[in-house]
Design a protein around this ligand. Sequence first.
Ligand code: GYE
Length: 335
Amino acid sequence: MGKTKKGWMLLFASLMTIFLLAGCNSESSGSSSDGDSKGKGDKIVVGFSQIGAESGWRTAETDSIKDTLGNDPQFELKFSDAQQKQENQIKALRSFIAQKVDLIALAPVVESGWETVLKEAKNADIPVILLDRGINVKDETLYTSFIGSDFITEGENAAKELINLMGKDSKVNIVELQGTVGASAANDRMAGFAKEIKGNANYKIIKSQTGDFTRTKGKEVMEAFLKSDGDNIDAVYAHNDDMALGAIQAIEEYGLKPGEDIKVVSVDGIKDIFKAVIAGKANIIIECNPLLGPQLAQAAKDLKAGKEIERWIKTDEEVFVGKEAAEKALSSRQY
Ligand code: GYE
């Protein structure tokens, strides 16, 4: 399909979204017990399908959305935890559609398999905003906007900082702890990192396996890596902090020093990884911001007001390398 046609389709989709959100709001089921003169239906009812609670990052995201929308009288939030299962997310979406919410916020566990249910949302005139992870759909009009990070850049930054730290002429064997199989955050962090080290023959990924973004699996997989390649591993690249923290434990139990014998690069930036860097057990933090509540609230309000919203609402992120940087940042970390 030519770019122009796609462009027109996207413009049409966002205009439809604005029109629908502004229009269907009068039907929404906001509380009216306060006798507000504007009456029923002033609230924006948001159905949020969350993946689960696999990581510190995700808990921070859930809190941010519950706090922001929960403390704003303009919103009514319906929250659903899918416990890592796409089928539960699809069920939640169908339930939101049946309840005629004004807006669906979806944090999609994996990239594929969303077409059918998103078509149902579209047919019911309910706009969908993707939160934190992306999806693969041919028809881009199936969602209005994506709020979240650039995972490819995160992967590239992880590799760049590792090469900076260890020197481009050192021979570095890397093991990689991947996030959930099929998740955009895992696919793109892997791709960005691979792309960046491709140009340096000294840097090799000798093992790469999923640890499902959890501490327990990160530890288990790292134990297996150490068992087979123990003294050959120079660095571990974890797609999130929880897996990195699990790996740190595995390295210590194996009798090596994380942060020294094996360098640790991680993505997210939860408080515990800052503490690990300060303790010398990890080296590089690629920040990924989970505090998406304010951006979601703003996007929903803008849609209601008939404003056009950006197709990709990006978050601000930093990179922290070494003890000093971690120490400076820790006191102001919110998650
Ligand atoms: O990095 C990880 C979480 O989708 C960006 O999911 C998110 C990732 C985050 O479980 O900790």
